[in-house]
Design a protein around this ligand. Structure first.
Ligand code: GLN
Length: 471
């Protein structure tokens, strides 16, 4: 009865009806990991014995009883290496579980596998991992996207039915789009960030990678909620995301920003978007053109803010308290600089340098302060669309192209940054957004839906309609 694309929902029913046992489920995925992970490099490690021990005790009547979930390697698990795919944290064993992991465990899920990623979640291809790139399961010549490269690839290849990722500027949605799975980023503050290793704290949010929208709703219901250990976590009541999921979208007004349909998109991205418009219209929604006039400032403002916050957050890796410590240092200054020089990869260093620069005296107003103003304008564009223009959701692409080739030498860091144009606005504005796969003959392409703050239920309902129209 098992298959690589089996959903959490179907798996849950099979477990509850006794058609399969939690141990058999773990054996199935472990066998797929053994077979496929050496090539894909989607998981940095997986502990079959620990998963089997958890399976032996699993209560299938719990909300996620017996369901295995891979965890991106920047989300802490007690006693287990949490490396952020960095040499800096190669030997770091977390002393505590992230709140998201605690919640999964309390719901009966079985954390299984540390998912590969771009180092410290900085990147869009998975190639910035200190432990090697991940292959796109749809085509081994291509990247899986990033930074949740391993989470997306592992789900797409059926190494695991679901995974946690993190999304600071698109890192759940973009790899989901490139690998052909569902990637969901909730409203900023919906899921506690306690135990998510900080990259850019005002943008970071944990999200999910799953085979279908219903599975995203199932996980979201468990993961959301206020956490006193994260002062930015929201006290907004958590609705039942499963109820009303199939109620349809008749009469819903969905905005299509004209800034998102310009000439810069690959043909398969434009046609995926046209198909999505058609599918949503067929489901009874009204699609109207809107404008997000500050859309073009989003990437610049994102990279200034994200790098500034990263330079501050990553100052904690000093070679003294924890993380990599250089053997070559003869004095404390050298210990600090050599440990960082040896521990961090090239992209992480670039961001720390950029971030330190934009925060430094004389440049702060010119860069950081202006980026914050641009951020406010980007957020205001969305607020206006949802109020004055009266749209209930916004539709757009996830990325301007399908997955680039692995190790493409002609792509500069700047080009990579610019390709984040459609994903970073949701983070700047703190909005929930989802990437839904579209039918393709070639490389996978997703489309994105965005909703007002805390309207995840509406977002999921529209995403289900989209998904259904293609079944
Ligand atoms: N690609 C973006 C970056 O490199 C997004 C990263 C993320 O969401 N973690 O910053």
């Amino acid at each position: 009865m098992m298959s690589p694309e089996i959903s959490l929902n179907v798996l849950q029913n099979a477990l509850r009806s006794g058609k399969i046992s939690p141990s058999e489920v773990v054996e199935y995925y472990a066998a797929r990991m053994d077979e496929l992970n050496p090539r894909l490099n989607a998981l940095l490690s997986y502990d079959k014995e620990a998963a089997l021990a958890a399976a032996a005790k699993a209560d299938v009547n719990l909300p996620l009883g017996g369901l295995p979930v891979a965890i991106k390697d920047n989300i802490c698990r007690k006693g287990i290496t949490t490396s952020c795919a960095s040499r800096m944290l190669e030997n770091f064993h977390s002393p505590y579980d992230a709140t998201a992991v605690e919640k999964l465990l309390a719901a009966g899920a079985i954390p299984f596998g540390r998912a590969n990623m771009d180092e410290f979640a900085m990147g869009s291809s998975g190639e910035n991992s200190a432990y090697g790139s991940t292959q796109n399961p749809a085509d081994p010549q291509h990247v899986p996207g990033g930074s949740s490269s391993g989470s997306a690839a592992a789900v797409a290849a059926g190494l695991i039915p679901a995974a946690l990722g993190s999304d600071t500027g698109g890192s759940v949605r973009q790899p989901a789009s490139h690998c052909g799975v569902v990637g969901f980023k909730p409203t900023y503050g919906r899921i506690s960030r306690y135990g998510l290793v900080a990259f850019a704290s005002s943008l970071d949010q944990i999200g999910t990678l799953t085979h279908c929208v219903e599975d995203a709703a199932l996980l979201l219901g468990i993961l959301c909620g206020h956490d006193e250990k994260d002062s930015t976590s929201s006290s907004e009541p958590v609705p039942d995301f499963m109820s009303g999921l199939h109620d349809g979208i008749k009469g819903m007004r969905i905005g299509l920003p004209r800034e998102y349909t310009g000439g810069g998109n690959a043909e398969s991205v434009s046609s995926a978007l046209r198909d999505a418009v058609q599918a949503l219209q067929n489901a009874g929604a009204e699609i109207c053109e809107i404008s997000l006039p500050h859309a073009e400032t989003a990437v610049a403002s994102y990279y200034i803010i994200a790098c500034a916050e990263a330079s501050s957050n990553l100052a904690r890796y000093d070679g003294i308290r924890y993380g990599h410590r250089s053997d070559a240092a003869l004095d404390p200054d050298a210990l600090f600089s050599l440990s960082r020089a040896e521990g961090f990869g090239e992209e992480v260093k670039r961001r720390i340098i950029l971030g330190t620069y934009v925060l430094s005296g004389g440049y702060y107003d010119a860069y950081y302060a202006r980026a914050q103003k641009a951020r406010a304008l980007v957020a205001q564009d969305f607020a206006k669309a949802f109020t004055e223009l009266g749209v209930q959701l916004i539709l757009g692409p996830v990325a301007p192209t399908p997955a680039p080739k692995l190790h493409a030498e002609d792509i500069t860091p700047l080009q990579t940054y610019l390709a984040d144009i459609y994903t970073v606005p949701a983070n700047l504005a703190g909005l929930p957004a989802i990437s839904v796969p579209t039918p393709q003959n070639g490389l996978p392409v997703g489309v994105q839906l965005l909703a007002p703050h805390f309207e995840e239920a509406r977002l999921l309902r529209a995403a289900v309609s989209l998904e259904q129209s293609w079944k």
